[in-house]
Design a protein around this ligand. Structure first.
Ligand SMILES: [Zn+2]
Ligand SMILES: [Zn+2]
Length: 263
């Protein structure tokens, strides 16, 4: 099993998760053209993707979901809340896409060697989820766009071989930003986004020797830097004596494939 970040941050998100000949696209937050370009950069054709999974309905996650779904005949999986919610001027996902399939939190979808289990997260969306991907004895967990760490989130991260984890903002930078107070409160609140310290704290709680890769994600462009995010979690990993490979996903470029069957 392997995965890659196509884009990560408040201007658009997307990941590919692949096991055997099954490829899932998770979120489609950039324009259709840019999503396709980055999928190609990752060495794949969009026409070979089997399904599109949505974490929630915010536009940085489903901007081109309808377009890609129709163009490539992709079934779109999401919770009932996500599929029913109109986003801005967009039609509800249900109407905008080729075909939708409800995938409630806690249920597992198995396609070929890949099993996919969404879990509920705390965020200001209709019914937002993270995902546990499992194949070939490996587990990759995606947890982004969450305002706080619930017991369920910590449980889902436990035992993972790789984690994609939100490390959204530096609270100090957020406090001194030009953002209005209501927005600062929204971001830092229980239904907003995890700070660098929140991410590092969660890593401290769930780290185990089998956690090989940690990809920090959904960094704020205005209220964080890749270096600050990296250093906060790096310090925690060092205290734990961990050998986990720590990386930061970017907004403007794809990452490298992380292959769990290698090494
Ligand atoms: Zn987002
Ligand atoms: Zn969101």
């Amino acid at each position: 099993m392997r995965f890659i970040s196509l884009a990560s941050g408040s201007k658009g998100n997307g990941y590919l998760v692949q096991a055997g000949d099954v490829t899932a696209l998770v979120d489609a937050g950039l324009s259709g053209r840019e999503m396709e370009r980055r999928i190609q950069q990752a060495g794949l054709l969009a026409s070979r993707i089997n399904l599109l999974l949505l974490t929630h309905e915010h536009s940085d996650h489903l901007n081109s979901a309808g377009l890609l779904s129709r163009r490539f005949k992709l079934p779109v999986y999401g919770t009932a809340g996500t599929l029913s919610t109109p986003c801005g001027r967009l039609k509800p996902v249900r109407e905008a896409t080729e075909r939708v399939e409800e995938l409630p939190a806690g249920e597992t979808l198995t396609i070929g060697p890949l099993s996919i289990t969404p879990f509920s997260i705390s965020h200001d969306a209709a019914d937002p989820v993270g995902f546990v991907f499992a194949a070939n004895g490996h587990r990759v967990v995606l947890a982004a766009d969450l305002g706080c760490v619930t017991r369920l989130v910590a449980q889902r991260l436990a035992g993972a071989s790789a984690v994609i984890l939100e490390s959204n903002h530096c609270p100090e930078m957020l406090r001194h930003s030009h953002y209005p107070l209501w927005l600062q409160r929204r971001i830092a609140g229980r239904f907003g986004h995890l700070s660098n310290a929140d991410a590092a704290g969660l890593v401290r709680d769930v780290h185990h020797v089998g956690l090989r890769y940690l990809l920090l994600a959904h960094l704020s462009e205005n209220n964080n830097t890749p270096r600050l995010a990296y250093e906060a979690t790096r310090a925690t990993l060092e205290e734990l004596g961990a050998t986990t490979d720590l990386r930061v996903a970017r907004q403007g470029q794809i990452g490298a494939w992380i292959d769990l069957d290698e090494g």
